[in-house]
Every structure is written in C-alpha cells, then in structure tokens.
Design a protein around this ligand. Sequence first.
Ligand SMILES: C[S@@+](CC[C@H](N)C(=O)[O-])C[C@H]1O[C@@H](n2cnc3c(N)ncnc32)[C@H](O)[C@@H]1O
Length: 241
Amino acid sequence: MQANQEMYDRFGVAYHAKRGREQDSAWNRYLDQPMIEALLAGITPCKVADLGCGSGLLSRWLKDRGFDVTGADFSQSLVDIARGENPDIGFCVADIKSTPYPADSFALIVSALVVHYEQDLAPVFAEIARILQPGGQLVFSMHHPLDEVTSMGTRIDDGRKVRPYFHNDPYQFQMAGMDLTAYHHTFENIAQALFANGFVIEDLREARMIEAAKEKFPEYYERTNQYPSFVGFRASLRLDR
Ligand SMILES: C[S@@+](CC[C@H](N)C(=O)[O-])C[C@H]1O[C@@H](n2cnc3c(N)ncnc32)[C@H](O)[C@@H]1O
C-alpha cells in the first residue's frame, strides 16, 4: 500500500495530466464517471466526502452540482493539485481507513476507483460507517471482480482464459507510468464487508462504455461492452447499525 502511495506521489502530475487528455482518460470519462452518475441519480445536494479524491475531478463535478464537498487522498502531490485547481473546495491528506473527520459528518460518501487498492475492505467500510450519518449513502466504484480473472494486457498471462476467482491476492498493473498493486475481491467478499459494517446494498452497476464514445474509441467501446471492467455500488447505512 505504501508503494501505491509513493507511486501516486511521484507520478501525481503525470496522472493529473493523463486525466486531462481525452484519449488517455476515456475509461474514466466514458465508463466510470457515467456509472457513478447513474448511482448518484436522485441524490439531492448534501454534505459529501470524496475519499481517494485524487486531483479532485469528481469533487469538482459534485461542487458544480451544488454538493457541499470535501476531499481526502493519501497522496500529498495529488492533494496539492486538487487544492490548486479547486480553491473553493477543502482537501486533506488522509488514508481512507483513518480520516480526520468527526463521527456522523456526512450524508454521502463517494469513492471512485480506490478500494481495490486495499486487501481488507472491512477497515475501509468501518471508517466510512463512522463518518457517515445513519441512513447516509455510500457510492463507490472499483475494479470488477471478473476483471482480474478474465485478463488484461498489462497483467501476467499464464495461458489460461479464466484465472482462479476465489482468492484475495494482489495483482500488479501499470497506469500513467506507475506500477501499482491492487487486490482481487469476490462479490461475496465485497458484500460481506459492507454488511458487517451496517450497510445495505441499494444498487449495483457494471460499467459499459457509453454509446457517445463508440466512434472515438471503438476498441475500448467493444472491449468494455464485452468484458467486465469496473463495478459500482450504492449502499446505505442502516439506521440501527
Ligand atoms: C485511480 S485514482 C482515482 C482518483 C479519483 N477518485 C478520481 O476518480 O479522479 C485512485 C486514487 O486513490 C488514492 N488512494 C489509493 N489508496 C488510498 C488510500 N488507502 N487512502 C487514500 N487514498 C488512496 C490514490 O492516491 C489515487 O488518488
């Protein structure tokens, strides 16, 4: 995990630059973001924390739609960029498992493409449950459980079409010059970590690149409409947790 933090710190500027280029950020813009928006549909502006906010792009999107947003990320360099780009939003450097926010601070937590960096999801959802008000909602996206199993070009190919599913092992991948480590999670593992921390799953989406990107990014469109890539959840915190 510390290695991931060092990577995001060292490559923060390159990562933010990549997110600004349409070609290099197609998976965020046309795959993850539309799924997050679908999961947020119907949630009215409220007090929200964006955990693992990176350079603050989703925080910005929320702020522009009237949400009272604050962001946290464990990368100092990404938080510096987020602050520079969004002087009207508060950001802090913090690990998703130990944030500085008081208990019951937020009506909504969002976290886009962060939790797959954690092997054990229980402490992540425990911290989110602590800072979320009872009845509050959590919207998050992560690598799809079948993504690791059905192979990606940047990962080691052992010749099998489908790799083992029932494990919680690390895997390596590359992005924007970074060598990153993430952890495979089964659907059961994700759901049980949510349930154990008082959450009820309200919605689940499997991202597919939107039609509007089909002409510009035909390969990505075809691949992400055939193979799982990202999954998104909306969960709410039980009132009696
Ligand atoms: C793929 S980026 C996504 C950034 C942002 N959520 C977005 O969608 O633009 C993953 C982010 O998670 C952050 N991150 C990973 N593990 C974290 C942790 N344990 N605590 C806080 N931030 C973390 C990284 O620093 C990075 O900014």
